[in-house]
Each structure stands twice: as C-alpha cells, then as structure tokens.
Write a protein that binds this ligand. Structure first.
Ligand SMILES: [Zn+2]
Length: 225
C-alpha cells in the first residue's frame, strides 16, 4: 500500500512505466503537456481504474503524466509482474480490457468535449468527475490545478469560479478547498459527465467493484486465478 500524496506525480510522459497503480481512494488526472508547457487533462482515474494499464499494449514510454488531484491510498505492482499475470489469467485480462475500453471512451469523449463545449461547462464536468471518485463534495483543488486540468489561464479559472458560484454550483472556494453543489453543478456541466458516467457503468456494472475485485483482491496482492 502506498500513499497518494496531494499533487504527487505518479508517472511522467516519456518515462517507461515502472508500476501499475490501483487507487483504493483519491483521484488522479492524466495530463498531456505540450512543448510550450501548456497542459490539459485527458482522463480522471479513481478506485474504478488504474494507472499504467495501457503498458500491457506494448513496451512504449508513457504518453501521459499522472497527477494526484485528491490524496488517497493505492496498491502498486511492478509493471513486469502485472504483464506476466495479464498474460496468464483470462479473468484479469478481461477486467483490464474492460478498464482500457472505459479509458478509451473517456479519451474520445474528452477530445470532443475539449473541442466543442464551453470551458465553464468543462470545468463543471471536471469537478463532478473528481467528486465522483472521492465520494464527497469538498475537493482539494487549487486554481492552479484547475488551470492545468482545463488548459486555461488562472485568470480564466477565477472568472469561471465566480460564474459557477453565482449559479450555485460552487458553494465555497477557500484555501484550495472547493465545495460543490452536485445538483446545481450538473446543470452547469455539459452532457459529457453524464455520458462518461453511463459508459463507465456499462463497462463496469455495479460501479466497477466486481470487475475491480477480479484484478485486485482486498489484501492488495495480485492473484492468479
Ligand atoms: Zn462536454
């Protein structure tokens, strides 16, 4: 078991994937960084998923940087061991393939959302996605973190926060803690949050716990079935 510290970088783009990380709690965003330093988030991962699973598709450096957005705990398994188990166990292969399918859906919808939907609706979507993964309505997000996630300036984030507060979607925003009102925030979000959630639930029935259990038993030891 490892601690997922707030704002920790779990893997960097360009590095070989050393570990596959299975969060028990907390939330992680996958980030793309452009050559000029601009960043945007491409997916959110919590206990329904894992970081580093795409490495089973072949030995290539990570394309993304994984950043902890809400602290938690996780199990961590060397990628080489994970690949061995993936090759041997049909049950684990099936669960990982479901997870990768859910990730690809999130990447595709996210690409469409980034191109087609207003940034305020995207910010509402991201707050909801992260809140889904931590199971509460207070998120430890600074304006800088939101600026990195959305790919906009901090001044834009300030403006968006003000607008969402006026609409009741954000109840308060103090010292890097954002308290949301889920119902009102959902009204301000684009359809993508709902669609991503439905797609994830379709891939992982019963909020993914059963699929997840097939991969990672509660004691955190990867088993061969
Ligand atoms: Zn959208």
């Amino acid at each position: 078991m490892i601690a997922l510290e707030q704002d920790a970088i779990l893997s960097r783009a360009g590095d070989d994937i050393q570990y596959v990380i299975f969060p028990h709690s907390g939330a992680i965003s996958l980030m793309i960084e452009m050559a000029d330093g601009h960043t945007v988030a491409t997916a959110a991962i919590g206990r329904e998923g894992a970081v580093g699973t795409l490495s089973v598709l072949g030995p290539s450096p990570s394309a993304i940087t994984a950043v902890v957005r809400a602290a938690g705990t996780a199990a961590r398994i060397p990628a080489s061991r994970f690949h061995t188990v993936f090759g041997r166990s049909p049950a684990i292969r099936s669960a990982v393939q479901s997870h990768i399918r859910a990730m690809l859906i999130q990447f595709q919808l996210g690409a469409a959302c980034n191109a087609l939907h207003p940034v305020q609706a995207r910010m509402a979507r991201w707050l909801l996605q992260l809140s889904d993964r931590v199971d509460h309505d207070v998120l430890p997000l600074t304006q800088q973190a939101l600026s990195q996630i959305l790919g906009v300036r901090r001044t834009t984030v300030t403006l968006l926060m003000r607008n969402l507060r006026a609409r009741g979607g954000i109840r308060s925003d103090r010292r890097g803690l954002i308290e949301i009102d889920r119902t009102r925030l959902a009204r301000a979000a684009c359809e993508c949050h709902r669609v991503m959630r439905l797609e994830a639930e379709e891939v992982f029935p019963a909020t993914s716990d059963r699929s997840r259990a097939a991969v990672l038993p509660e004691d955190g030891v990867l088993s061969l079935e």
